[in-house]
Ligand binder design. Structure first.
Ligand code: WT7
Length: 683
């Protein structure tokens, strides 16, 4: 059942794992510590994570974070050397240090300890792009492959602390690549295989990666994506890349150059045993690039122990996971959702995780539910954008499949509107399942706000991510940084106090880390989102308060798209905003002004601009609408008034706010007229 054991039981779990490792010296140290930690709750007392205890545990987690997380870290993770210092965190400095002198290995926690007990349990079910086909991988097989790849990497000179870039389709070898990096202590940087060669190149360079792992091709919705070709183009711009491992996905005959190594062949020559590298809790586990409101994407750096513990615990308690459940998170491993809830959360729990390679509408809009029936999925975790898309196709595509295995339905990545929430709850879940709307970010490592199956079954609340997970203390601040206390308030969503899952820094740029997250509201982590707290104290996310837009759950900085548009020789200036989009949540709307004397046909310009964005970032960032404007609304100090541009893009001209502070107020009328003309021509 959903319960944690503290005190006596934690010691027993620990005893077993440490005894097996014959590290009795460390055991003595931990036993003392465990007794100390058990002050939190009298030993023998079993605290269960059900309604009655939820509030009690939550309070303790906030009041005594060191004791709370310390106890869990000892009982949930397998340590090579257990820690003696639990935490040293200072929010004002953006400093998060957890379980500091502890030593462990993440891949050992995800593999070896399960292989010792239940080697034949299924770790991964690879739902292949080809409809109706899947392959399973047991924990024993996953460990074997991980060791083979670890040895391959080591033999090619990759060592602890190196960064390895992964550009791969959702596949067992992608998971193996992540785990092999963690086994040898190298940090992986997974780049979503929908990013362009240029975007890939800039991420390879920023991370200083000498190694790339890719595939011949990817398959998505029956279409092939030439991954190797993209990597070749990217690598031609990165002189630092020394080797590219190429996995075979489609078996296509792709050109292999001097630095290219066939992955499976290299692995087959290696031993299937590899001693895991002892890693300090605070060493870097991985980098994941994400967009912000300014500048180029930043490499969010996560830790070993704090991240793993947070992914482990949220996986179990946000989704109500119980041993034997089949869990399916349909996200790509290129995003944080794939890291935490396809790979690290499920595998560290010894769970069976479905790895979904396809898209929700291939071969038809019944894909998810056919898969649910065939694989007997118990917990399904997806994106609101897909739910909105599927509901348009009607209920038949859902109802023709047996979904009686389902018990929890999760969503993530963007707000879910009431219509989509009810469809998910009533039609997909037949009103039997718990819908958990989970709010979190690349930076938080795991879910921060969500209802919990079990305790929260009686209070479904569409559009609300409801309440914080254990150890997370959300606060709302007004624009002056004053805390808004009480209920029925809305403001900037911040977090008071450290949480083990939070990112540690921006790779190579700690200053940027501080400026982005810790200086706007000193003493807090600033999420960049707005939220309201209702009369029940529940949170509802109201959207980003910065210049970040969210397209189908993909986060994009408007500045990044503007940079791409500005490359065009005829473009003087550009401003990108989001506008409400029925399926994607937000669509991309770009305003451009042209240089004086520019002579170009409108269709040519639009096409060239779209291609530029595709080349610089990727197809998913291409603006839906491009409006050539005669001018942009600016303040006298030259700042573009995006508020006005957002309203116009949303067809909302009624209250454009105070335009008197604009340098040229007449610009607004022109923009509105141009917009109306453009919309008219499109309809
Ligand atoms: C941003 C983080 C967390 C994994 C996927 C996205 C938005 C995320 C929700 C939700 C409303 C949400 C926020 C957040 N977001 N989940 N349940 N309701 N908005 O990770 O790319 O780091 O984006 O996604 O705006 O800040 P990400």
């Amino acid at each position: 059942m959903n319960s944690i054991y503290v005190g006596q039981n934690a010691t027993n779990v620990l005893f077993r794992s440490l005894f097996q490792r014959l590290r009795l010296k460390s055991f003595r140290k931990v036993q003392t510590r465990s007794l100390f930690l058990s002050e939190l709750v009298p030993s023998q007392h079993k605290l269960s994570f059900v309604t009655r205890d939820h509030e009690e545990i939550y309070k303790k987690s906030i009041q005594e974070p060191g004791k709370f997380w310390g106890e869990l870290a000892l009982s949930k993770l397998q340590w090579i050397t257990p820690f003696t210092k639990t935490m040293d965190c200072e929010m004002s400095k953006g400093q998060h240090k957890w379980f500091m002198d502890g030593v462990l290995n993440v891949s050992e926690n995800c593999l070896d300890r399960h292989v010792q007990r239940t080697p034949d349990n299924i770790a991964l079910i690879w739902e292949k792009d080809e409809p109706g086909t899947h392959e399973t991988v047991s924990y024993r097989e996953l460990l074997k492959m991980t060791c083979q790849l670890s040895n391959t990497l080591k033999n090619h000179g990759i060592k602890k602390g190196d960064r390895v870039c992964l550009y791969l389709p959702n596949s067992p070898l992608a998971v193996v690549s992540m785990l092999a990096c963690s086994r040898i202590g190298a940090a992986h940087s997974v780049v979503f295989a929908g990013f362009s060669a240029d975007a890939l190149a800039s991420r390879i360079m920023d991370a200083g990666a000498e190694t790339v792992i890719t595939a011949d091709q990817g398959l998505r919705g029956g279409k092939t994506i030439n991954l190797k070709q993209m990597v070749d183009e990217a690598v031609s711009k990165c002189s630092g890349v020394k080797r590219v491992f190429v996995m075979s996905r489609t078996g296509a005959d792709v050109p292999m150059g001097k630095i290219d190594i066939p992955l499976e062949k290299a692995m087959s020559e290696e031993s299937n045993e590899c001693i895991p590298e002892p890693m300090n809790s605070e060493d870097m586990l991985f980098l994941l690039y994400t967009s912000g409101s300014t500048g180029k994407p930043k490499g969010i750096q996560h830790s070993q122990a704090g991240y793993l513990l947070y992914a482990n615990l949220t996986f179990k308690h946000v989704f109500g996971y119980e041993p034997g459940d089949i869990f399916s998170c349909v996200a790509d491993i290129g995003w944080i959702t794939g890291h935490s809830y396809v790979v690290y959360g499920p595998l560290s729990n010894g769970a069976t995780s479905v790895l979904f390679e396809s898209i929700p509408t291939y071969p038809d809009p019944g894909r998810y539910w056919e898969m649910v029936e065939r694989l007997k999925i118990n917990i399904f975790y997806g994106a609101p954008t897909a739910i909105r898309l599927l509901l348009k196709y009607g209920n038949d595509w859902v109802e023709k499949y047996d979904r009686s295995s389902l018990k929890v339905l999760g969503t993530v990545g963007e707000p879910i509107n009431a219509e989509a929430w009810y469809w998910y709850n009533d039609i997909v879940g037949e009103k039997r399942c718990t819908v958990v709307d989970t709010w979190w970010q690349t930076e938080t490592g795991g879910v921060f706000l969500a209802p919990r199956p079990g305790p929260d079954n009686s209070m479904p609340k569409p559009e609300f991510a409801t309440r914080p997970f254990f150890g997370v203390e959300p606060v709302l601040l007004d624009s002056n940084g004053k805390e808004l206390v009480g209920n029925n308030v809305s403001g900037n969503l911040c977090i008071r106090g450290s949480v083990p899952g939070l990112a540690r820094t921006v790779y190579g740029d700690h200053q940027r880390f501080l400026e982005t997250y810790y200086t706007t509201f000193p003493g807090y982590y600033f999420t960049g989102d707005g939220a309201l707290r209702d009369e029940d104290g529940h949170y509802r996310i109201t959207g980003r308060v910065d210049d970040v837009i969210n397209i189908s759950g993909h986060r994009l900085g408007t500045a990044e798209i503007e940079d791409a548009l500005d490359y065009h020789p005829d473009v003087a200036e550009s401003a990108v905003v989001g506008f409400p989009h029925e399926i994607k949540g937000e669509g991309i709307y770009a305003y451009v002004t042209l240089k004086e004397g520019a002579v170009i046909k409108l269709e040519d310009l639009v096409l060239q601009l779209k291609n530029l964005v595709k080349k610089e970032i990727g197809s998913f960032a291409v603006p839906e609408i491009i409006q050539v404007a005669s001018g942009l609304p600016k303040t006298r100090s030259g700042k573009i008034m995006r508020r006005i541009l957002r309203k116009v893009a949303a067809n909302d001209f009624h209250d454009l706010g105070d335009v008197s502070t604009l340098a040229e107020p007449s610009v607004v009328k022109d923009i509105v007229d141009e917009h109306k003309k453009l919309m008219h021509s499109k309809s």
